[in-house]
Design a protein around this ligand. Structure first.
Ligand SMILES: Nc1ncnc2c1ncn2[C@@H]1O[C@H](COP(=O)(O)OP(=O)(O)OP(=O)(O)O)[C@@H](O)[C@H]1O
Ligand SMILES: Cc1cn([C@H]2C[C@H](O)[C@@H](COP(=O)(O)O)O2)c(=O)[nH]c1=O
Length: 211
């Protein structure tokens, strides 16, 4: 049986982790014969663990050129390791893989942080990934106004709320641009709906691919 790679993308607080739990429960009920793998990036690779410690430590200060480049290539190294060790073996075994964040997040987020360092960083990052990345069968893009998303995650530490909102507005614009470049791969999920409605739209989109 052919595996299926479904990725979930969207800005911080758009509800991906919440939705993935509902989706997994529903798929277990509707297609009990299928193996499900729920995973996420950054993953638990060595690079992923460095990134997670950095994210937790999130400095409010500006990163240097070297720190921005280091962050980009750590995310890419984590992605390569995650593909090789986890995603590809699961797909080869016929699993449905639900991945919370994937290469599109690198293009969307580092496509903002690398502005002024490289020309059109979103396009550059896509080009670096192109020769070796595994294209998802479908990407669910959770769209939510950054003002709402910042309210949802306001309890988390880190950058000032306004700074985070402006940053996420640019990330949101990058996700929308990525979706416009590959409309056949992306499905837009209205993340402003309640949890059940969001999960229902996500599950129906996945079931379409199974039938
Ligand atoms: N549909 C929804 N409506 C209202 N609140 C929601 C909804 N989905 C999730 N939330 C709440 O918003 C917050 C963020 O949700 P969640 O962690 O699932 O987002 P996320 O996209 O995984 O964020 P991040 O990428 O930053 O981890 C949580 O407090 C969650 O309970
Ligand atoms: C894969 C990936 C992630 N990020 C950012 C996006 C989020 O702010 C954090 C991950 O936090 P989460 O709560 O676990 O989703 O990392 C990024 O900047 N670049 C990437 O490639």
């Amino acid at each position: 049986m052919k595996g299926l790679l479904i990725t979930l993308e969207g800005i911080d607080g758009s509800g991906k982790s919440t939705a993935i739990r509902h989706i997994a429960a529903k798929l277990k009920e509707l297609v009990p014969e299928r193996t499900l793998l729920i995973t996420a990036e950054p993953s638990n690779s060595a690079a992923g663990r460095i990134l997670r410690s950095e994210i937790l430590r999130e400095s409010t200060g500006e990163l240097s050129f070297a720190e921005h480049m280091e962050e980009l290539f750590l995310f890419m190294a984590d992605h390569a390791r995650h593909l090789a060790d986890t995603i590809i073996p699961s797909l080869e075994a016929g699993a449905i893989v639900l991945c919370d964040r994937y290469a599109d997040s690198t293009a969307a987020y580092q496509g903002v942080t690398l502005k002024g360092i490289v020309p059109d960083p979103l396009v550059w990052i896509r080009e670096i990934y192109r020769p070796w990345n595994l294209r998802p069968d479908r990407t669910l893009l959770f769209l939510l106004d950054p003002q709402l998303s910042v309210q949802r995650i306001s309890s988390r530490s880190g950058r000032e709320k306004f700074e985070r909102q402006e940053f996420l507005r640019q990330v949101d614009g990058n996700f929308r641009r990525l979706a416009s470049l590959e409309p056949e791969r992306f499905v837009i999920i209205d993340a402003s709906l309640d949890e059940d409605a969001v999960a229902e739209s996500a599950v129906s989109s996945i079931l379409e691919m199974l039938t």
